[in-house]
Design a protein around this ligand. Sequence first.
Ligand SMILES: Nc1ncnc2c1ncn2[C@@H]1O[C@H](COP(=O)(O)OP(=O)(O)OP(=O)(O)O)[C@@H](O)[C@H]1O
Length: 360
Amino acid sequence: MFLALDQVGVRYPGATPQKPAVEGVTLTLPKGQIGVLIGPSGCGKTTLLRAIAGLERLHDGRISITGAVLADAGTGLHTPPEARQIGMVFQDYALFPHLSVADNIGFGLNHLKPAQRAQRTREVLDLVGLAHAAKRAPHQLSGGQQQRVALARALAPSPRLLLLDEPFSSLDVDLREHLSQELRGILHETGTTALFVTHDQAEAFAVGDVVGVMHQGRLEQWDEAYTVYHRPATRFVADFIGHGVFAPARITMGPDGPIVHTPLGELSDVGECPLPDAYPGGECEVLLRADDITHDDDAPIKARIERKAFRGASFLYTLRLASGEQVLVHVPSHHDHQVGEWIGIRASVDHVVTFARPAT
Ligand SMILES: Nc1ncnc2c1ncn2[C@@H]1O[C@H](COP(=O)(O)OP(=O)(O)OP(=O)(O)O)[C@@H](O)[C@H]1O
């Protein structure tokens, strides 16, 4: 395994001992893959990146790359950042304003002869599509171009691992989407192993081969993006990713396997669904995502529109069922119903996700 974190914990001096910034984080990332860490503000994403870079010392656990230990709280080993061959890209570009684009990139290549440095600079500028801007000053470039220069600068010394901390968060949405696709292409083209921090789900799914969801310093799930979405490991992950609600449900055993009774009817053909005895009396909660529910005027189940939010191609409707439960549904925006109207819906849930009912 390329990058391996084993029970990593970080505490800031002076912080309450009971509340480490990062706690018990274990993950592995194969060479050439892109891992993404996502989670709410303050959950420890940046702290974890800084610990990998060597900018924070470990309180617990160890970090290694290709089996060589870089940091180990048990032995006190702490390889300094400059000896780790790890590159970093931050949110605020951090380019030197008085140096040209080419000189910004060449700055980290001092160990090379001038001709080699110039060649490597040209290579990485080509890679990010900015060969024409080599002589310009950073302020003559757009935000997106400056962030490409920052990426080129980080890639120039061919780091073993690239860490990116919300690199696109100060850019507008369209540009972010474009750059995240481009970034994925560049990282894969160069075979770069990278760990990327974001709080934007669309970006996490667009960039990541593996996605990790952090909450209060802990990594709640570290899995392929598809699995994180469709098989969330914890209630927090299910709640944090996508648009959905939890509704009361009951699991019984039918002739062909478990049946989940929900406010939207019975869900059968529920592969990997827990057996009824997983929960007392089979009573649980089922995750109903907006994309598990279809608007269908002929459906027998009706729900009243409480709120609607325009999302371009679709509306996100918040609906209330006659039984009192709330559900969310994406409806194509040419179906423009009014708040207060009753519309027909049906559930078409591919992956049934259930959790224990929270203690009251
Ligand atoms: N230098 C510091 N000293 C003390 N506590 C800190 C320091 N930096 C961060 N923290 C605390 O550690 C926790 C994790 O912070 P961190 O910045 O890693 O979170 P984050 O997930 O990156 O947040 P955001 O998405 O807002 O950037 C927070 O409770 C934060 O207040």
